[in-house]
Each structure stands twice: as structure tokens, then as C-alpha cells.
Design a binder for this molecule. Structure first.
Ligand SMILES: NC(=O)c1ccc[n+]([C@@H]2O[C@H](COP(=O)([O-])OP(=O)(O)OC[C@H]3O[C@@H](n4cnc5c(N)ncnc54)[C@H](O)[C@@H]3O)[C@@H](O)[C@H]2O)c1
Length: 316
């Protein structure tokens, strides 16, 4: 029998982690204090596992074995008993996390790694006063972690190197690629990259340079095609015969001019948002968002299947 992972909070992210751990052979206990939340999560997981099979990302046998490794826990204590890994995916509220983490630290075994899925709260904010704070960290996924390989590990100042290395080993065992931050910082790495890009997108629309749809074209039908398999440094390295240094020599002045002509910071909630929203609603009625989310997830699965196949036939 595999090691035990306790999933604490079984909403969108908790249930996705449950699939991720169980698929890799972990015994997964699901706990959520809200009545009916765990059965709802298990029902959703059944649908998600079926989607994975349909998209060729899981075979029927592995689906059955994955599902058999999931079990509801009747209390936090029962979920954490003997667990080697605790993945907290409770609501993004600091006070709630502070109280919950006192309980997690009290109930978990001394050897357990305690990981939070938080998107934006620094780990020092809810682990500082804990006796076992050296084994606490943020393990931030992109949604859903059973499809998206990248995860970021963000330590608090007191997180031990041993915890970080163990977390890295566990995440790699689940098939993740890992970003290990040297220290905590707002937005971690991925949301800082995203913030820079989204801010520029708002600026371009607010300044009337292009439309919201044209920003999406630039990413969807342009830059993201390459970024899908190579990051900006590899793209640069391959875009000049002499590699990244040659790229910087050739194009640095272009980027210097861009940065020198920085557009003013727009108010994201101002008229620019009316324009972006109108553009989006023209293409997708609000009532169709949930349906389109399913489309996005299917596209993501198809892309992942393609990336796996291309890695095998063309190489990474
Ligand atoms: N949604 C995303 O795209 C995304 C991506 C990465 C990380 N995260 C992070 O994951 C965490 C969970 O987000 P989500 O989108 O799954 O939210 P969610 O609202 O879907 O799920 C939260 C779950 O926590 C449960 N809960 C409420 N109080 C609790 C408590 N005291 N202890 C344990 N569980 C409790 C709720 O019943 C619910 O099932 C947040 O910290 C969020 O920032 C979310």
C-alpha cells in the first residue's frame, strides 16, 4: 500500500490534487468540514476520471485503481493519522488558514510535510507560530494539477531544506516539473510572470492601441504557440544564431525602447474593463461560461496528450 496523503478542503483544487496523488499510487483521504462536500468531490472526481480516460490520459484499469485509493475521512484527525503528506486546499482567507494550520500542525505526525495550495498568501503569514513550522511550505499548482505539470514550492523563512527537498521529490514522483523558490515573494513565480503580461494587455487596450480580442490573438495564435513547449529564454536562445547572448546583443535595444515607452498604469476596474467585458460577452454569453470551461478543460487535455506524444516522437 502506498503512503497516505490527506486532502484538507475538497473544492476545485482539493479534488484535483486527490486525483493527482491517487493516480501516482498514494492512498488519499479526503476531508472537508462542510456537510456534503466530500461526496460531492467524489462524484466530481468520477466525472473527471472519465474525462481523462476519454482523452487517452488514463486507461480503464488505472482509473479503477486510482478511484479505489480514495476514501472519505470523517474528521481532520482521522484524515491526518499517519499521513506523510497533507495538502491544504481550504478557502483563500488568511484567518481561516491560520486557525486551520494550528490544527494541522497539532494533528499531523512529526515527519509529515504540510503543504498549502494557496495562490497568493505567503507561507510565513500562517505558519510563523507553529511548533512544526520547519515542515510547512506552499505547494502551489495551476488548476488542475493532475493536468498541468508545473508546481511552485515556496518556503517560509523557517522551512527546512529537508522539507523542500522532500517536497520536490514527492512532486516529481507525481510527474510534476518543479519551481523551487529561494525565498517567499508575492505572486511566487508564475503569477508574477502572469501579472507582467496581463498588466501590459490592460495597458494596450486602455491606450487604444489594440482591442481585447487582438491581445488574445497575439497570445493564442502567436507567442503562446512557442511558449507551449519553450520558455522565453529558450525562445531567445533559438532566435539568434549565437544563442541567448547573441539574441540580447541584437534585440536589447528593441526591448529598451519598449520599456522606455511604457504606457501608464491603467485602472483595471475603469472604462477599460467595460471594453474588455463587452468584447468577451460578444463572443461568449455569461450563461455559456460553464459550458466553455468544459471546452477549455478538453482542449487542455488534448494539448497535454499531444505534448506527451510529441515528447516521445520529436523529443523534449
Ligand atoms: N481555483 C484555482 O484555480 C486555484 C489554483 C491554485 C491554487 N488555488 C488555491 O487553492 C485553495 C482552494 O481553492 P479552491 O478554488 O479549491 O476553492 P473552493 O472554494 O472550490 O474549495 C474550498 C473548499 O474548502 C472547504 N473548506 C471550507 N472551510 C474549510 C476549513 N476550515 N478547513 C478545510 N476546508 C474548508 C470548502 O467546503 C470547499 O470545499 C485556495 O487557497 C486557492 O487560492 C486555487
Amino acid at each position: 500500500m502506498g503512503e497516505v496523503c490527506a486532502i484538507v478542503g475538497c473544492g476545485l483544487i482539493g479534488r484535483a490534487w486527490a486525483i493527482d496523488f491517487a493516480r501516482a499510487g498514494w492512498q488519499v483521504r479526503l476531508f472537508d468540514p462542510v456537510e456534503g462536500a466530500v461526496p460531492a468531490a467524489l462524484a466530481a472526481i468520477d466525472g473527471l476520471l472519465a474525462d481523462l480516460v476519454e482523452n487517452g490520459l488514463l486507461d480503464a484499469e488505472a482509473k479503477a485503481a486510482t478511484r479505489a485509493r480514495l476514501e472519505p475521512a470523517s474528521s481532520l484527525e482521522a484524515a491526518l493519522a499517519g499521513a506523510a503528506w497533507v495538502q491544504e486546499s481550504a478557502p483563500e482567507k488568511l484567518e481561516l488558514k491560520r486557525e486551520l494550520w494550528c490544527e494541522l500542525d497539532r494533528l499531523a505526525t512529526a515527519e509529515a510535510v504540510l503543504a498549502s495550495s494557496t495562490s497568493a498568501i505567503l507561507p510565513s503569514r500562517f505558519t510563523e507560530d507553529l511548533a512544526g513550522r520547519a515542515r510547512c511550505l506552499v505547494v502551489h499548482p495551476l488548476n488542475p494539477p493532475y493536468l498541468v505539470p508545473a508546481v511552485e514550492l515556496c518556503p517560509a523563512p523557517w522551512t527546512s531544506m529537508d522539507t523542500l527537498l522532500r517536497a520536490e521529490t514527492v512532486m516529481r514522483g507525481l510527474g510534476h516539473s518543479v519551481i523551487r523558490l529561494a525565498r517567499e515573494i508575492d505572486g511566487f513565480v508564475m503569477n508574477r510572470l502572469q501579472a507582467a503580461l496581463v498588466e501590459e494587455a490592460f495597458k494596450l487596450v486602455a491606450a487604444g492601441i489594440c482591442t481585447a480580442e487582438e491581445v488574445d490573438i497575439g497570445l493564442r495564435d502567436g507567442l503562446a504557440l512557442r511558449w507551449c513547449f519553450a520558455g522565453p529564454f529558450e525562445v531567445g536562445d533559438l532566435n539568434a544564431p549565437g544563442g541567448i547572448r547573441d539574441y540580447v546583443t541584437r534585440y536589447r535595444s528593441v526591448f529598451d525602447s519598449v520599456l522606455a515607452s511604457a504606457l501608464p498604469r491603467p485602472d483595471w476596474t475603469g472604462p477599460v474593463l467595460d471594453e474588455i467585458e463587452a468584447s468577451r460577452r460578444l463572443r461568449l454569453l455569461a450563461a455559456e461560461i460553464a459550458h466553455r470551461q468544459r471546452w477549455r478543460d478538453r482542449r487542455l487535455m488534448a494539448l497535454l496528450a499531444h505534448k506527451r506524444q510529441a515528447s516521445a516522437t520529436i523529443g523534449d
